[in-house]
Design a protein around this ligand. Sequence first.
Ligand code: DGL
Length: 270
Amino acid sequence: MAVGVFDSGLGGLTVLNAVSKRLPDVPFVYLGDNAHAPYGVRDAQDVYDLTTKATERLWEAGCDLVVLACNTASAAALRRMQESWLPPEKRALGVFVPLIEALTERNWGDNSPPKEVGVKRVALFATPSTVSSRAFQRELAFRAIGVDVEAQACGGLVDAIEDGDMILAEALVKSHADALMRKMPKPDAAILGCTHYPLMEREFQTALGEDVKVFSQANLVANSLADYLERHPQMIGEGTESKFLTTGDPEKVSVHATNFLKRKIVFEAA
Ligand code: DGL
């Protein structure tokens, strides 16, 4: 029995780490589409095509439920997949909604009308493709009123993190946070809307100041997946083995992933 976790590259490993800690008995099959990363600079059709292909690969590995542990895929492809592509016995969940539910103080699946919430000014840091999809603003508008969102497309940050160039990544965090604060000087909250960014959470917090509440996804997604599986235990698919698959070069990806998570990870070819 296995659940699929998909990302364009290594960023989804931050989510994988959290879900496997929260659900130690569930096997997870991780698929990184490293051959086509980064997704954050691709158009919506391209992201949709790559995401559906990767999801089919995870079905082959015995996963009926796939978590799109990638904001770019969740923003550009998830709704369309759910509305017109997924067969009835398969499910896909994204990483956006659990974050927005936490920000808007809602429980999972609470579909009541939008209401006033504690945060008024939200800074969103995400990939260029997620920012231009406006999916975050759309999902937020279903749940909250009177919240200003200022989005900053963090060009270059995913590549720097994938390459392990943390000095460049830190400089980019600082310059993107400064750019955001020129548009919105005092955000109440900041959303790290890309699964790579939790690795730079401390740097975001320092650049934004300690008064800004920084929301990062991994644990929120883990809790919402645990809740989902409790209500839908049949969605744990047929696969029984945890494994890491990549469309890229398994050796290279294993080295990067081991540095990224600071524990040994061995990828196989997808
Ligand atoms: N980590 C992915 C996300 O959450 C995308 C990174 C990329 O491929 O650009 O958006």
